[in-house]
Design a protein around this ligand. Structure first.
Ligand code: KG4
Ligand code: ZN
Length: 336
C-alpha cells in the first residue's frame, strides 16, 4: 500500500507550527515557533501581534518542516490545516498558506478542528490506541470531556460553563505574580507547596455532573489573596499554587472517572496544554489504575499546540474522504 504524507499547519493561537506526518502516526518533523516571549510582555496573547508574527514565521516554519523530513511539497498527499476554533486573525494565516500551497501544487486540502488535533496527539506515541475511548481535553481555551466514538466521530459529554482549565491556571498565576503562561509556573511552584494547605472549593454544576466550572475557584483564590493582604498576612505562594492546582486536578480526574463509569468505557486519553501538568498526569494515572481504566497521555511537546497532532487528525479525515475547497475559511468558534 502507498504511504500517505501530510504537511500539517497550525496557527490558531500563539504558536506557528508545521509538521510532516507519515501514515497518520509517524512524525517526520514537528517545527514549532513559539511567540510566548513576545506575549509575556503583555501578560497574555495579544491577537493582533499574534497574527503579524504568524505571517512572518509561517513560510520559514513550513520550509523547515519539509527540510527536516527530507521532502518537498510535491511529495505531499494532502495539506492539513487548523481552521478553528481559535483567534480568527491567527487562524487565517495558516488557512491562507495551506490554500495557497493546495492551489499552486494541486494538493488536496483538509481542514482540521483544533480539538480533534489535540485528541489525536495521543495516537502518535500510542500505536495501540484506537477508538472508542474517552478524551479529556484541557487547554487554554477548552475543557471538554469527549466520547471519541470513531475517527472523526465525537460526542461532547461535558464542558466548562465559564473559564477553561488553562485559563484558570493563567489567571491565578498572574494573581500570585508568576507571569505568563501560568500553567507551567504553577506546576513547578506547586511542588514546593502543600496541596492541603488551603481548602479551595470543588465546583459542581447542578444537574450536569460532567460539566465544569472554574470561575468560582479562581474567585476564591483571589479572595484568599485579598483577605491575607488586608490582614497583613504573608501569603505562601507555593501553598496557594499547590492548593489551587489540587482543586483543578480533582475536578478533572473525578469528572473523567465518572464519565468512564457512566458510559462503560475502559480507555481514557488526556489532551491539551494542561495535560502536561505533572500533578494531573500523576493523579489521573493513579485513579485510572484504581478504577481499572487504561490511561493514555502525550509527551509534553505534543500536549501544547503543535502541527504533528493536526497532521494525525488530518490523516484520518483524509481517509474518510474529507476535502476542503479554496473557499475554506477560518471559523473562530468552530463546533466539534
Ligand atoms: O493547548 P494549548 O497549547 O493552547 C490552547 O489550545 O489553548 O494550551 C495552553 C494552556 C495555557 O493555559 C497554559 O498555561 C497551559 O496550557 N499549560 C499548563 C501546563 N503547561 C501548559 N497548565 C498546567 N500545567 C502545565 N504544566
Ligand atoms: Zn490548543
Amino acid at each position: 500500500e502507498k504511504d500517505i504524507y501530510i504537511l500539517a499547519i497550525e496557527s490558531s493561537c500563539d504558536e506557528t507550527a508545521a509538521a510532516v506526518v507519515k501514515n497518520g502516526r509517524e512524525v517526520l518533523s514537528n517545527i514549532i515557533s513559539s511567540q510566548i516571549e513576545l506575549h509575556k510582555l503583555y501578560g497574555g496573547v495579544v491577537p493582533e501581534i499574534a497574527s503579524r508574527k504568524h505571517i512572518e514565521k509561517i513560510n520559514p516554519v513550513i520550509r523547515e518542516a519539509l527540510a527536516e523530513a527530507g521532502m518537498k511539497l510535491g511529495d505531499m498527499d494532502a495539506i492539513g490545516v487548523t481552521y478553528g476554533p481559535g483567534l480568527v486573525g491567527a487562524l487565517l494565516v495558516g488557512v491562507a498558506a495551506a490554500k495557497a500551497i493546495s492551489y499552486a501544487k494541486n494538493i488536496p486540502l483538509v481542514g482540521v478542528h483544533h480539538i480533534e488535533g489535540h485528541i489525536s496527539a495521543n495516537y502518535i506515541e500510542n500505536k495501540d490506541l484506537e477508538p472508542p475511548f474517552l478524551g479529556m481535553v484541557v487547554s487554554g481555551g477548552h475543557t471538554h470531556l469527549v466520547m471519541v466514538e470513531d475517527y472523526g466521530k465525537y460526542e461532547i459529554l461535558g464542558k466548562t460553563r465559564d473559564d477553561a482549565a488553562g485559563e484558570a491556571f493563567d489567571k491565578v498565576a498572574r494573581a500570585i505574580g508568576l507571569g505568563y503562561p501560568g500553567g507551567p509556573k504553577i506546576d513547578k511552584l506547586a511542588k514546593e507547596g502543600n496541596p492541603r494547605a488551603i481548602a479551595f472549593p470543588r465546583a459542581h454544576v447542578a444537574d450536569a455532573p460532567l460539566d465544569f466550572s472554574f470561575s468560582g475557584l479562581k474567585s476564591s483564590v483571589l479572595n484568599y489573596i485579598n483577605s491575607c493582604e488586608m490582614k497583613h498576612q504573608k501569603i505562601c505562594r507555593a501553598d496557594v499554587a499547590a492548593s489551587f492546582q489540587a482543586a483543578v486536578v480533582d475536578a478533572i480526574v473525578s469528572h473523567t472517572i465518572l464519565a468512564a463509569k457512566t458510559y462503560h468505557i475502559d480507555k481514557v486519553a488526556l489532551a491539551g496544554g494542561v495535560a502536561s501538568n505533572s500533578a494531573l498526569r500523576q493523579a489521573m494515572k493513579e485513579k485510572c489504575e484504581a478504577a481499572g481504566l487504561k490511561f493514555y497521555y502525550p509527551s509534553p511537546i505534543l500536549c501544547t499546540d503543535n502541527a504533528a497532532m493536526i497532521g494525525c487528525a488530518a490523516y484520518y479525515e483524509y481517509l474518510a474522504g474529507t476535502r476542503h475547497g479554496l473557499d475554506l475559511n477560518a471559523v473562530p468558534n468552530l463546533k466539534i
